[in-house]
Design a protein around this ligand. Structure first.
Ligand SMILES: Cc1ncc(COP(=O)(O)O)c(C=O)c1O
Length: 391
């Protein structure tokens, strides 16, 4: 059923009518209808949530954690996250600064609803996971993308250009590091320069750090929370999806200055009331006992990253660099001018699902995104077919 033929466009906000459908979903829906496609299109680990976390959720259900909870989230989870973050950040993060949300995506929505209005703008790096920019547009705001570039040592950002893109109407800088789709990681000196800039100009930094533990050197990517004091204009959002393989659970959190907490609680209340209660109890166990699982996962992803790099870097049509974080390769294909068409043909003719670069906004066309959080067998199978398609 095509709803747009039934609901008169005049009944729908113009800003919503103008939104594009996600092209990642477009390829995935196409592939799901065809069937038999190996899906590397979404950002999702191949393994299910570890058993000890599932068991904690089952136990929480048995214990009757089936009721509404506080808007800020279950106190035990806020405390566990504060305890988890404090040594990672090298400074005390108090539980009162943490608000649990129903996914990282929901954290983005709540933050944008709180900050963005018609006539304001948000400066981002680009290419970028489309949901981040679309949430700005849903609020009537303007997205000002600043391009990352692919250098020999990985993707890079000219931070001066990011600062130049800000004006008097800029409410926030949205920094997703490690970055989806490029794997770029913002270095500490750039974070410090940007924080100084944000303080001076009174602009928020929205730090999307959902891939913070998915790094191939060190224990965690540099975080704005490591350098920000507790009243700095930094909203750091995170998720249980990637670090603990909990994409289907829909649970995340925001670490904010204390002065912002009442606003975030209001927004939580009017969006979802809270994340699912028994899932939050399982989250406590994930955070407290999840380190060996994270270490094992990252070691597997590193193998996947290297395997894909070793094969695709040999291909004369492909330009590829090693990502420093997240679990994607975002590679350029010489002569490919329509990545959506290419991705659909790859699905139809070879049954391999990748995300088209054009889904990620300016700077994305001409590229494909491949999620390498998969086994060597799956990756080799897909690469055989991708190489056939590349010719
Ligand atoms: C950059 C980025 N931010 C936020 C999210 C949201 O994650 P979730 O809603 O699963 O917590 C994702 C998911 O892919 C992402 O790639």
């Amino acid at each position: 059923m095509d709803l747009t033929t039934q609901i008169p466009p005049a009944d729908i906000r113009p800003g919503i009518l103008r939104l594009d459908d996600s092209r990642i979903r477009e390829v995935a829906h196409y592939g799901m209808k065809l069937g038999g496609v190996v899906p590397l299109w979404f950002g999702e680990p191949d393994e299910p949530t570890p058993a000890f976390i599932c068991e904690a959720a089952a136990e929480a259900l048995r214990q009757g954690h089936t009721f509404y909870t506080e808007s800020a989230g279950v106190p035990e989870l806020r405390a566990a996250l504060a305890e988890y973050l404090t040594p990672l950040c090298g400074r005390t993060i108090s539980p009162e600064r943490i608000v649990i949300t129903a996914s990282g995506m929901n954290a983005i929505q709540i933050v944008m609803q709180s900050l963005v209005d018609a006539g304001t703008n948000v400066v981002t790096t680009s290419p970028l996971w489309p949901n981040c920019s679309e949430t700005v547009r849903i609020m009537g705001g303007e997205v000002r993308p600043v391009l990352l570039s692919m250098g020999n040592d990985g993707w890079q950002l000219d931070i001066e250009r990011l600062m130049d893109a800000c004006n008097g109407n800029t409410r926030a800088l949205f920094i997703n590091s490690p970055n989806n789709p490029t794997g770029w990681v913002m270095p500490r000196d750039q974070q410090q320069a940007l924080l100084d800039f944000a303080r001076e100009k009174g602009i928020w930094i929205i730090a999307d750090e959902v891939y913070d533990r998915m790094v191939f050197e060190g224990k965690r990517a540099p975080s704005f929370l490591d350098i920000a004091s507790e009243d700095d204009p930094v909203l750091a959002l995170n998720s249980f999806s990637k670090s603990w393989s909990m994409t289907g659970w829909r649970m995340g959190w925001i670490t904010a200055p204390l002065g912002m907490i009442p606003t975030l609680l209001k927004m939580n209340e009017f969006n979802t009331a809270s994340a699912s209660t028994f899932a939050q109890h399982a989250g406590v166990v994930a955070v407290k006992q999840g380190e060996p699982f994270i270490a094992r996962s990252v070691a597997r992803y590193k193998q996947g990253r290297d395997l894909v790099y070793d094969r695709l870097s040999q291909h004369p049509r492909v330009r590829i660099v090693q990502p420093k974080g997240a679990f994607y390769h975002f590679f350029a294909v010489d002569g490919m001018t329509d990545s959506l068409d290419f991705a659909k043909r790859l699905v139809a003719e070879h049954r391999v699902g990748l995300a088209p670069g054009s889904a990620f906004g300016p700077g994305g066309e001409g590229h494909l995104r491949l999620c390498f959080a998969n086994s060597p067998e799956i990756l080799n199978h897909c690469l055989d077919r991708i190489e056939t398609m590349l010719g």
